[in-house]
Design a binder for this molecule. Structure first.
Ligand SMILES: [Zn+2]
Length: 301
């Protein structure tokens, strides 16, 4: 296991040139149960590969890295896909993206929305999966006012408590200290605006919260119209699908992250659900298929 420092996470700039060549508005679009579902690209992150792979054994990882052309890769450039539901008189956005303050390769959500013809003021509901920078920091505009100024904002009660707790900056560990400071600042600005919900609640009509902890303490996924909006509970299409029981350094509680991931796959397969993943490729909408004793990601369309 290698240690990732905060500096490595916050200055991941070497991939910017490659990122600039990626299709910026790549998104997926499907109709589900009365909703028009689009994913919106917020660009991509640039992470040290060890941030995810560090805790797993090399022997377990090697075949997976080989299959995905990642052998020896120092960096990963996971895409960021936000989910937008339109229908039933609502415009529901899951997570708010990175904004301009996290990584230079991310924060393209406003352009992706414009390309779809949706303005921030039209969003009626912003629903957070969790409080990490690439999900939360885009919630404020340049004046530190809510960007989605007409929207109700919701976060799971346990997740909100965690990021608002002044102890979190001390307990979260050096690699994520800036995450805690940044989250607290945004949530302070949303004080009196943000509402909470619990496991099983219907956050928006037809959208049910599913507690999926491990990646963060109060991470939430959402069941809607035969699909599961995963957030980061299944956080990539390589290790998380092909060896979901391996520890991921992306999870703040790695054991709980494994338990959650295995339970989510069980439910998705048993209920034949589509899935939408924040960091999955091809816009993030697809299905999980059983493969080789685990799973593989099959993009929609
Ligand atoms: Zn996350």
């Amino acid at each position: 296991m290698r240690t990732i420092t905060r500096r490595m996470l916050m200055t991941g700039t070497a991939g910017i040139v490659a990122a600039a060549l990626m299709p910026r508005w790549l998104h997926a679009s499907v109709q589900m149960g009365g909703w028009q579902v689009d994913t919106l690209s917020d660009g991509n992150l640039v992470l040290p590969a060890d941030f995810i792979f560090g805790p797993a054994e090399d022997a377990d990882l090697a075949p997976i890295l080989d299959r995905h052309g990642l052998t020896g890769a120092a960096q990963l450039t996971p895409p960021c896909n936000l989910t937008l539901l339109r229908g039933n008189g609502r415009v529901v956005l899951f997570d708010a993206g990175s904004g301009p303050g996290f990584q230079p390769s991310a924060g393209t959500l406003p352009d992706a929305m414009a390309a779809l013809g949706v303005t921030p003021g039209e969003v009626t509901d912003v629903v957070f999966t969790h409080g990490h920078p690439d999900h939360l920091w885009g919630v404020l505009d340049d004046f530190d006012e809510p960007l989605f100024h007409g929207a109700r904002h919701y976060m799971g009660a346990g997740e909100l408590d965690y990021w608002r707790d002044p102890e979190t900056v001390e307990t979260i560990g050096a690699a994520r200290q800036a995450f805690a400071v940044g989250a607290a600042r945004r949530l302070d600005a949303l004080d009196g605006i943000i509402e909470t919900f619990d496991d099983g609640d219907e956050v928006v009509p037809g959208v049910q919260a599913v507690l999926t902890p491990g990646h963060t303490p109060g991470h939430m996924s959402f069941a809607v119209a035969g699909a599961m909006i995963l957030g980061d509970a299944i956080g990539n299409h390589h290790m998380a699908f092909e060896a979901p029981a391996l520890p991921s350094g992306a999870d703040q509680d790695m054991d709980l992250g494994i338990e959650t991931r295995l339970a989510l796959f069980d439910r998705i397969i048993a209920d034949d659900m589509a899935l939408i993943g924040f960091h999955l490729p091809a816009g993030g909408i697809g299905r999980a298929e059983r493969a080789g004793g685990a799973y593989r990601f099959v993009p929609a369309g």
